[in-house]
Design a protein around this ligand. Structure first.
Ligand code: HEC
Length: 214
């Protein structure tokens, strides 16, 4: 009995000291570095080399990580401004492409996969995978709900130049409007080309697109 008590006391003291108040480790400290190394080493060596640069965080990612995706408003606004400055437009300046092309791209969830089992072959179409997070055309029943429904997006918002530009900018760099959002920055990361983005814009905006039908 006594022994049990002594053991319990020792255990309590040990546990308490292990969790004792310590100043939190600053970002980039030794534990963070060790975790980063382990993470980088966990990718298969036969992944395309260019892909590994995706592991280098830009300032937006670092700041979002630091604030657990919820930065103070002033810092968020500064990030949004920086991200707005990255947006590039197609050479002919036309932001509305072909909704039929956009419909295909929005639905494609493959391309550019790095592999745990089998990487995507180079050149496989990279899509926007929009349905992973958004409802768009009604006929597609499988969609995620991380993002808001975009069904009737053009019908509700109209397709003024302003809203067309907003849709283009949002897809090009989602963080231009919402710092640290879950939505990828498709244009910034060259995941989609400016031209492909114009097709997806048309898919959202064109009155004939299934997004704007019932
Ligand atoms: C990983 C999830 C994810 C993916 C993939 C994704 N989005 Fe989003 N999207 C979001 C979230 C979350 C929001 C709401 C927060 C914000 O505005 O960023 C959003 C917001 C939007 C908005 C703004 C809606 C509004 O009411 O103003 C548009 C437009 C949009 N997404 C279009 C797209 C398109 C088109 C694609 C595919 C090319 C796409 N998204 C892919 C998560 C995603």
């Amino acid at each position: 009995m006594k022994l049990k008590f002594a053991l319990l006391t020792a255990l309590t003291v040990a546990t308490a000291s292990a969790f004792a108040e310590k100043a939190p480790e600053p970002p980039g400290g030794k534990h963070a570095q060790a975790a980063e190394q382990l993470f980088r080493a966990s990718f298969r060596a036969d992944n395309p080399k260019y892909w590994m640069t995706r592991l280098d965080q830009d300032e937006t990612m670092k700041t979002c990580g630091l604030y657990r995706d919820n930065p103070p408003r002033k810092i968020g606004a500064a990030l949004e401004k920086q991200n707005r400055a990255t947006i590039r437009y197609p050479v002919d300046g036309k932001l509305m492409g072909d909704w039929r092309e956009g419909e295909k791209l929005a639905a494609v969830g493959t391309g550019g996969h790095i592999g745990f089992i089998q990487p995507d072959p180079p050149g496989r179409t990279r899509g926007g995978n929009c349905y992973a997070c958004h409802e768009l055309a009604k006929k597609e029943l499988a969609y995620g709900t991380i993002g808001p429904s975009l069904h009737h997006f053009g019908k509700i918002r109209g397709n003024s130049d302003e809203i067309v530009k907003y849709a283009y900018d949002k897809i090009y760099n989602s963080n231009a409007f919402t710092a640290c959002t879950n939505m990828p920055r498709f244009g910034l990361h060259s995941w989609l080309t400016p031209e492909q983005i114009t097709h997806i814009v048309a898919f959202l905006m064109d009155p004939a697109s299934p997004v704007n039908q019932d």
